[in-house]
Design a protein around this ligand. Structure first.
Ligand code: HEM
Length: 444
């Protein structure tokens, strides 16, 4: 053990890390770790005065962190900070609360149940596609956020949220922009100051709270078991058991499903349409696949989109005690450990021509375990993974079956590495009806 304990991670000196990340570390974090990864390889560490950090983007070690030794970790500060909005729902709670609540909600995500949601998802997607007007331009991120919010609320929570989509979008915007500051040193103190940004955040939380509480109240009044996630939560909360979830827990779980259930999928779909618009060959192949009902190619497209633009671009943990990884590296207690799908998914050792958008690369291959992790792994793996795959495929099929979404602006869209990986501005696309428009694809 003494021998092992000397094994340190390569990385920059304290001063460099401090200089590059201070005063709001998370604002520059993606650029910083991308740079360190190029310099030191897939596993590196660095220190800030108040904390050790390790970035682990090596499949065998990721398995160690997320699965084999998962009980030696809790969620990192980033997830705990989200409690400001999500409370202690599935995404942000720790054991044993997490396990108890996951057991209650899990049946809503069983395979048979997910298949049952397909019809509703298809209806929403078809209606959206039918509403697209030839020649109009849309901001695809705004449009996908609204569509996925409607789908998640309807299927998982039995509620129609058509009228609140804009309020939710504003609230999420306020959260995403304040998030790096909350994570910064003195972030908690800042929240107590009456700044415009902190006021915007507390207004946002109040708005979301009002929406979610109204949604729960409505369902309580209506009663009945719809077999969705909210039914399961309401039933558990009414059980004659001392450990039944109380109203606060119910609110936290519903808020989590409400937000986690749509934000990530909206990003995946936005990146999908952006990438498809920039790759006429993929678009053409996709149209052929959709027209003959071939889901395989559609799934390759979704998989490749989430390889290049993983909506959950970083997954954080914190060591609860000293952890010795499989390669002998020792992580001190309270070290923040990051797995970054954004880097992992572009590792040239795993992916030939890693920056290329090439759905065909998935022909004849499945992802190597722990080298492709858009949904995480282990006990905290995404509960909505199957739901998200299905939803993304159905929305792609509905839209691509009817229209082309064309990008007239040749400039690339940048990424915003906030809580999730969002486009760094509106992604404007022009609707071209497939039947009327026969623009030769190759000329774009
Ligand atoms: C493309 C879409 C999605 C992506 C990329 C995604 C990604 C992820 C990832 C990486 C995690 C693990 C976080 C960690 O280990 O710290 C996670 C957890 C979670 N996701 Fe998703 N997600 C997606 C869609 C959904 C949907 C549709 C739902 C629906 C309800 C959902 C609900 C959740 C919840 C509740 C958790 C916490 C699970 C737990 O800790 O038990 N996600 N998601």
């Amino acid at each position: 053990m003494a021998e092992i304990a000397r094994t340190r991670l390569p990385g920059p000196g304290r001063w460099e890390a401090f200089r590059r990340l201070f005063p709001v570390p998370f604002r520059h974090f993606a650029d910083f770790i991308t740079d360190l990864s190029a310099r030191y390889g897939p596993v590196f560490g660095f220190d800030l005065p108040w904390r050790h950090f390790a970035c682990i983007n090596e499949p065998a070690l990721i398995k160690d962190v997320l699965v084999t030794q998962q009980h030696a970790f809790q969620k990192s500060l980033g997830a705990h900070t989200l409690r400001l909005i999500l409370g202690e729902g599935l995404l942000t709670s720790e054991e044993p609360l997490h396990r108890k609540m996951r057991r209650i909600v899990q049946p809503a995500f069983h395979r048979a149940r997910i298949d049952g949601y397909a019809r509703s998802i298809r209806d929403f997607a078809d209606r959206f596609a039918q509403g697209l007007v030839d020649g109009a331009t849309i901001d695809v991120h705004a449009a996908m956020s609204e569509l996925t919010l409607r789908i998640a609320s309807h299927t998982l929570l039995g509620s129609d949220t058509g009228d609140v989509a804009e309020a939710v979008s504003h609230a999420l915007h306020a959260l995403m922009h304040e998030y790096p500051y909350i994570l910064a040193p003195f972030g908690a103190l800042r929240q107590k100051l009456p700044l415009p940004a902190t006021r915007r955040l507390s207004d946002a939380i109040a708005t979301l709270d009002a929406i979610v509480l109204a949604l729960i109240e409505r369902r309580r009044r209506e009663g009945g078991d719809r077999g969705d996630a909210l039914s399961m939560l309401l039933e558990a909360s009414q059980a004659e058991r001392d450990d039944r979830p109380d109203d606060v827990q119910l609110r936290d779980e519903v808020m989590t499903l409400f937000l986690a259930g749509h934000e990530t999928t909206a990003n995946a779909l936005s990146w999908a349409f952006y990438l498809i618009a920039r790759h006429p060959d993929v678009e053409e192949r996709l149209h052929r696949a959709v027209d003959v009902g071939d889901r395989t190619y559609v799934n390759w497209v979704v998989r490749e989109v989430m390889r290049l633009y993983p909506p959950a671009w970083i997954i954080g943990r914190e060591t609860l005690r000293t952890v010795v990884l499989a390669n002998g590296v020792v992580l001190a207690p309270q070290t923040t450990v990051f797995v970054a799908p954004l880097l992992l998914h572009r590792d040239p050792r795993e992916y030939a021509d890693p920056e290329a958008f090439a759905p065909e690369r998935w022909r004849d291959r499945e992802p190597t375990p722990f080298a492709y992790l858009p949904f995480g792994a282990g006990a905290r793996r995404c509960i909505g993974e199957e739901f998200a795959w299905l939803e993304a495929a159905l929305v792609l099929e509905a839209i691509a079956g009817r229209v082309r979404l064309v990008r007239d602006d040749p400039r690339p869209v940048g990424i915003k590495t906030l809580v999730t990986l969002r486009p760094d501005g509106p992604v404007t696309l022009r609707v071209v009806a497939r039947t009327s428009a026969r623009e030769p694809l190759a000329t774009r």
